[in-house]
Design a protein around this ligand. Sequence first.
Ligand code: CS2
Length: 482
Amino acid sequence: MRADMSRLVRTDAARTKPGIVHLGLGAFFRAFGAVYIEDAVRRSGGDWGIIGVSLQSAGTRDRLAPQDFVYTVVTQEPDGGETLRTVEILDSVLVAPEDPEAVLRQMSDPAIRIVTLTVTEKGYCHDPSTGSLNFDHPDIVHDLENPLPKSAPGFLVRALQRRRDAGLPPFTVLTCDNLPENGRLVRRAVLDLAQRLDPGLAGWIGTEGRFPATMVDRITPATKPEDIDRLAERAGYRDEAPVLCEPFRQWVVEDDFVEAHGNDARPDLAAAGVELVTDVTPYENMKLRMLNGTHSSLAYLGYLAGHETIAETVADPAFASFVKKLWRDEIIPSFAPPEDVDIDAYAGALFERYSNPSIRHRTWQIAMDGSQKLPQRILGTISNNFDAGRACPGLVLAVAGWMRYVGGVDERGNPIDVKDPLSEQLRERLDAADTPEEKVASLLAMRDIFSATQAARLADPVGRAYASLCHNGARKAVEDLT
Ligand code: CS2
């Protein structure tokens, strides 16, 4: 760092007054929701500043606080060009474990009308195969016994309780995580928890609360130290917390916000390019299956084949044919796309997005938390194919790839740093089984990931695919398929 290099500074002295609390302040929301909300405020005004909350660590707050919570969004073009934009809509950041009371105070402030969330799949503390709240989750056990919560559902419920007690309307809960029917899922988690704590509260939330579903899309690779240095060179200021992303973005939101807030129920999202619809489900299905389903497939198999990023993976002709085959033969036939979308063009555009060489999106990053991602990204698609009597060898190979990956040793015998809330259990099961068939059977028996029907139908095909990965390696297995 050059000693004379200036820090990033806020230009908006008045700063937008807060109207939103955001739970789970990662790079994705800063490159996505915050940008849309800032655009909406620029075009149509409104007090929609954002108070960010980190539910785990203080890192983001510590990097942002010295620059007054202003940061740069770096959009990376395929030709290597970069567009810089500074975002000032973030008002401040709280770190929940340091001061959960401060978080609840903010969430129950009358000025707050929306709580947005990007807490990742595992942050809802639900059982991925059924969608109901997991009452054995340690954070939920904690939140049932303590008024100062740890989990996202816990913060939502306790803050809504304070608002009801104070005679205030609830806030709208706007989830921005890649989960099917994400609005319904978070509503269920909140109601399940509230029901145990205070059934009257559950009734009030059930009637007054609003949980619109959303489809969110922007590829946002993790920021690396060299990105920070490169930006400093280019911009002439030092930003310790920039976020990188692709040019593409799409946000589809169900227009169902808490009515009691009247005209102040939400920012003018349409002015910022958000698509407001009555039913997000077809968009969500399309995005989760077409994008996230192939992302995860490429991540496990690409990683095993030695590819570091998605762009590198799809630059390998075997994987390029593989992903196109997945879309054409296994994913597109499995669901009904939104009426206004040309699904082949959508697949073509996805391939272009994956191929953007400026986006260094690591296969390892996407491979994280597979136990929480597989059901909605891949397993539902496989079930629909099986129901229709269609084989889907590519997606089956992806499931087998995940099983190889969570075994923790790559094809060259090197350890894999497996990040997953169930990583220990997965590893133990694999280590305890002797043969490839037993390993596959032992993972398929995990009912929080696979339903009994899925497990029964997958045993043979995944067993064969797993054996082929062990014998031939991922690249050859992928090539053989296409
Ligand atoms: C990715 C997503 O990390 C992952 O699992 O599949 O974050 C993906 O980049 C976004 O959903 C794109 O919108």
